[in-house]
Design a protein around this ligand. Structure first.
Ligand SMILES: NCCCNCCCCCC(O)(O)C(F)(F)F
Ligand SMILES: [Zn+2]
Length: 343
């Protein structure tokens, strides 16, 4: 399967992540790229550098002030004399106001941040630009040829909302790709999120719209990040009512139960006559993933790819999560090869 990847993805090399009360080396590290690329190349997939699509497709999804913040935060943080990486420690929490963006970079940081797990640092903006270009290159290829494609997106995107970063995400690659497809003439696009964590950002971006059907299978937010979105009663609003489907599943969910939820998601995608399928492919549903709690074995990823091919839609896969265990490369390629064999 044709793979798109931008070397700019390597430019974000955060040193710290606030995890379980300590600053640790980030789980979402550049080495993930090499783990996946090695297996992609062993599988014989062509790897193509995408063209630079600029900020237009980003502004079609994200607010301009948020994009400007991402571009200027790191230099502003350094200019303010802060020693460490840019990590928020105050938010417009419930008791505060959120109709005003403070002038200070510390105030802006909390305003635009979902949480404190994602440090901003040198190269973050450039890497996010490379990541969304890979997504755009892949979806443009699928739109042009009907053939499936894969974008090795890093950093990931599905937690990024219209004006918020977090969960290792800055630009919502899946939303940017979906909007690009709609602008290219598709009447309805399905975004299927199979990452262990709920795609809160993708949900927020399309929540009141019926031209994107968002379906997500994920760890129950009662006990799983991002905790505050991803419940089954979130079904869309206004014109989007019925076009948002959440399938929260308890930690330890069997693959059989997970696949049953997938059947429901695919039935809805078929019923709503979607013309393109974008898969937010997180392979952190793997049984050995260090920060997740589902039970996929590597062979189950083949079955996942096969089942998605049976949906019969032009399909673009975008890399989301999956952490530095050797198997993430095997698991990604298993999905893509399973899909290709079944197509
Ligand atoms: N103790 C719980 C710590 C949770 N920390 C943040 C987890 C972020 C997951 C990111 C992801 O896997 O959903 C993505 F696909 F975006 F990369
Ligand atoms: Zn995840």
């Amino acid at each position: 399967m044709l793979t798109f990847f931008s070397e700019d993805s390597r430019l974000r090399r955060a040193r710290t992540e606030l995890h379980d009360g300590a600053l640790v080396s980030p789980f979402e590290c550049p080495e993930r790229i090499d783990l996946v690329l090695r297996h992609i190349r062993q599988a014989g997939f062509e790897v193509r550098t995408p063209e630079a699509y600029g900020l237009g497709p980003v502004h079609a999804v994200h607010d301009a002030d948020y994009v400007s913040f991402l571009e200027t935060c790191w230099p502003s943080w350094q200019a303010a004399g802060h020693e460490g990486e840019a990590i928020p420690n105050i938010w417009p929490a419930r008791s505060m106001r959120s109709d005003h963006v403070p002038r200070s970079v510390s105030g802006k940081l909390g305003y635009y941040a979902l949480g404190a797990d994602t440090s901003l640092c040198e190269g973050t903006f450039s890497a996010a630009m490379g990541s969304k270009d890979a997504a755009l290159g892949a979806v443009a290829h699928t739109l042009h040829t009907q053939a499936p494609s894969f974008a090795l997106c890093r950093p990931p995107g599905h937690h990024a909302a219209s004006d918020q970063f977090g969960g290792y995400c800055f630009f919502n690659n899946a939303a940017i790709a979906a909007q690009y497809a709609l602008d290219a003439g598709k009447r309805r696009v399905a975004v299927l999120d199979v990452d262990f964590h709920h795609g809160n950002g993708t949900q927020e971006i399309f929540y009141t719209r019926n031209d994107v059907l968002f379906a997500s299978l994920h760890g129950d937010p009662e006990v799983t990040f991002p905790y505050y979105l991803g419940y089954a009663d979130e079904t869309g609003a206004g014109e989007g009512q019925g076009y948002n489907l959440n399938f929260p599943l308890p930690p330890g969910t069997s693959v059989a139960a997970w696949m049953q939820a997938l059947e429901q998601a695919l039935a809805a995608i078929q019923a709503q006559e979607c013309e393109l399928l974008i898969v937010s492919l997180g392979v952190d549903i793997f049984e050995d993933d260090p920060i997740s709690a589902f039970t996929f074995k590597s062979a189950d990823f083949i079955a996942l790819g096969e089942r998605l091919a049976q949906a019969g839609l032009p399909t673009t896969f975008l890399m989301e999560g999956g952490y530095a265990v050797e198997e993430i490369g095997v698991n990604v390629v298993n999905v893509l090869q399973g899909f290709e064999r079944e197509s």
